[in-house]
Write a protein that binds this ligand. Structure first.
Ligand SMILES: Nc1nc2c(ncn2[C@@H]2O[C@H](COP(=O)(O)OP(=O)(O)OP(=O)(O)O)[C@@H](O)[C@H]2O)c(=O)[nH]1
Length: 311
């Protein structure tokens, strides 16, 4: 961070959203305590490992906010008019994130020792409170997104095993308590190695997405379609008897059999078929035992020639 030699003018302060509607006498006082400075690309302004004493106002250039480390994508950009460092400036604790300059940036900064001067303006305090509310909302959003992403399979957008473990605990208890059945399907794409070998791994990836898109449309909102492993999927069907689950499985199987070919970003590709094993939840079944039973039924479906439902 390099101090700059030019004088801070009122017009500079008026560019900052934090100082919006702050009256002129107060701005005149602030003019004396804000210092101009510059940052070069890559320069780190704030780090969770370095105590911060400053609040920064950005006049020009761009800063980036990174949460855990400087690797990966920033969670937010800070441009002209915005500010940085306000949280650690207020609570005098280490910064909650990294902030670095993405471009040559022009900034104003004020030291914590001038805090009292800032608190003289109720308008400035209100602006600061609003800004902190925005930051809280953003961080809540980030938490919700990362929670949701943790349950989603990246390739297909279906749920993943982590979700299955969570939802099975909840749904099996709910169904057992209400005297309701619950069934589980284990699905496996047929001769998928051959599909990959013949058409390429990318084509295989698109076929897995086809499976999820096609099956997802036939399920109820309460059902969970889960990518269990490579080309294996589980469907959890709460409040469903084994007879109804067999019918659902047959409908799912047929829906893919009916897709002879499909459009993908790499061109027209042949469809795939699936084999399905069905299992009903029994007393004392846990997720592993239920999956084992469905897996045995799936094995029989493969043995009998594939593209069929067993169990
Ligand atoms: N494209 C792609 N292929 C995958 C993925 N995960 C697993 N596979 C492939 O899925 C194939 C599974 O092959 P196998 O277990 O031999 O089974 P199969 O060829 O489907 O034969 P059957 O199940 O007996 O019908 C392997 O070639 C894996 O590489 C993935 O994410 N993308």
């Amino acid at each position: 961070m390099n101090p700059a030699s030019w004088r801070v003018e009122m017009q500079h302060l008026r560019q900052a959203r934090l100082l919006d509607r702050v009256d002129e006498p107060c701005l005149r006082l602030l003019q004396e305590v804000f210092e101009p400075c510059t940052a070069v690309p890559g320069e780190i302004l704030l780090s969770p490992h370095v105590h911060n004493h400053y609040l920064y106002l950005v006049l020009g250039g761009e800063l980036a906010v990174h949460l855990d480390s400087l690797e990966g994508s920033p969670v937010r950009a800070i441009g002209p008019g915005d500010c940085a460092g306000e949280i650690s400036f207020m609570d005098d604790l280490p910064p909650s994130a990294y902030v670095l300059a993405l471009e040559d940036s022009v900034l104003l900064r004020v030291h914590r020792r001038s805090m009292q001067l800032l608190t003289r303006s109720p308008q400035l305090m209100q602006n600061l409170a609003e800004l902190l509310c925005q930051r809280v909302r953003l961080s809540d959003r980030l938490i919700i997104n990362s929670e949701q992403n943790a349950n989603i399979d990246k390739l297909t957008g279906s749920f993943n095993r982590r979700w299955l473990e969570h939802i099975y605990g909840r749904e099996s208890a709910r169904c057992a308590l209400g005297g309701q059945p619950l069934s589980l399907l284990m699905l496996d794409v047929d001769r998928f190695k051959e599909y990959n070998d013949k058409l390429g791994h990318l084509a295989g990836d698109h076929a897995l997405c086809l499976v999820v898109n096609t099956l997802g449309k036939l399920l109820r909102p309460a059902d969970s379609l889960v990518r269990y492993g490579g080309e294996e999927f589980v469907v959890l069907l709460p409040e469903m008897t084994i007879e109804d689950a067999r019918n659902v499985a047959e409908r799912l199987r047929r829906s893919l059999e009916d897709v002879a070919s499909f459009h993908s970003p790499i061109g027209l590709l042949p469809g795939v078929t699936i084999s399905i094993g069905v299992a009903p939840m029994r007393l004392n079944d846990d997720l592993d035992s239920l999956i084992n039973e469905a897996d045995r039924a799936l094995y029989r479906a493969k043995e009998l020639g594939r593209n069929r439902v067993c169990g």
